[in-house]
Design a binder for this molecule. Sequence first.
Ligand code: SAH
Ligand code: F3S
Length: 479
Amino acid sequence: MPKSVYPHEPRRALSGPKGLAITNLSYMTDTLTIDTPTTMPVAHAKALYVETYGCQMNKADSELIVGLLLRDGYRLTDQVEQADVILVNTCAIREKAEQRVLGRMSELNRLKSINPNLILGLCGCMSQHLGEKIIDKAPYIDLLAGPDSYRRLPAMLQALDTNQEPALDLSWDRVEHYLDIDPIREAGVNGWVTIMRGCDKMCSFCIVPFVRGRERSTPHQEILRQIERLGEEGYKEVTLLGQTVNKYQDGKVDFATLLQRAAEIEGIERIRFTSPHPSHFPDHLIDIMADSPKICPHTHLPLQSGSTTMLERMKRDYTAKTYLDVVYRLRKKIPHIALTTDIIVGFCGETEEEYQATYEMMQTVQFDAAFMFKYSPRSGTAAYKRLEDNVPEEDKGRRLTAIIDLQKSISSDRNQAYVGRTVDVLVEGQSKRDEAKLFGKTDAFKTVVFPALPEIQSHMIVQIGITSVTPFTLFGDVV
Ligand code: SAH
Ligand code: F3S
């Protein structure tokens, strides 16, 4: 199953009616005055289907791709069999993710027997990582476009009308922000806004800097314009996106200032961001987070490892101690803050002691939730070139299972503390498991499920008294 299909499957449960998730097509026309180096809009009305894998950044990029191609005259379909063009937007972070997508591509290739003119394109991080050689393995791929090449998609697709050769564009662009392209966003309460592209951190395990290029911050005026528009269109929440989102800097406007300005925008009730880097949490940022009720008390703070020697090998530029200092400062100013994290086990040379340090750090911090991974070597990275992937698979598996179990019990305890409390929930829609229930999130990013009432609709903020919990969900009743 694809991780996410555009129009996106809502993340956990249905939000509103099924079908095309386009919220407002009127602004397609607003952008036609902009001089694009590609093609003029034509009424060819070919049907486009976009499928998305990976992080929120990819989701936001898919929204951009759809915006760009609808502007060029394509129409969107959610029926893959009816598509003239299928674009699969991909993730290269772990090998498993890549293998899944390759399996999916070969499955999609079967549709060519029904529609021989079908164009099958691979976009995003995997195209950039695997490069042209993927076409040797999967010659049915007609188009390869990296994260900096989306602007040229209309021209590439047009070239495929007359040319039998695959269309490839894996060029880098240090200044590409896609400023003039308005994304066609997923319907719902939350709008993603990409505020930075690329990453300069070069953590030794990570492929991102090699597939998404150099770090650059989008001009703040453009970000604020997008947020204002989201507010006007009825979105209640924005999530600011970047690989090191808190490192944002546009002239004198740093991340804290950007958050402060975003919080002044009408209509938007909640502001989230992901992923910040633990090395970029100055006190004035934490103060602004604490002072603005709109900035959600939740921070995703990727730890990776609780061992300082391991963090050094990972080139994470913080120590276990400085990480804990950030946690301490965040919790001191924002006592109710929820903290979530990413952890890798089995990275090159991980000793039992180093792994134990991660386990103990998780016990110390008590994260609300964690994404946990086994290390997956990625060609091109420093670790791939200079370190040995020498932790036996068995140990990787054992360590992963142990931290997953630990986190489950911590999440359960942390959620248990909500029983008897009343929380504000931004309603997203109908629960997938039970049509008689609605679901939404607290400001601390906890999913809450509660019985539907006729007067309660998505986009409303309602008070829910929590009666029971699991490690992943809170349940309750409208107060
Ligand atoms: N920008 C984020 C991370 C983006 S990648 C940060 O600051 O950390 C998302 C997560 O995938 C990472 O946090 C890491 O935990 C995991 N990851 C990245 N490369 C990986 C690899 N080679 N093997 C296993 N997990 C990896
Ligand atoms: Fe990857 Fe490290 Fe950047 S994890 S995305 S290189 S901050």
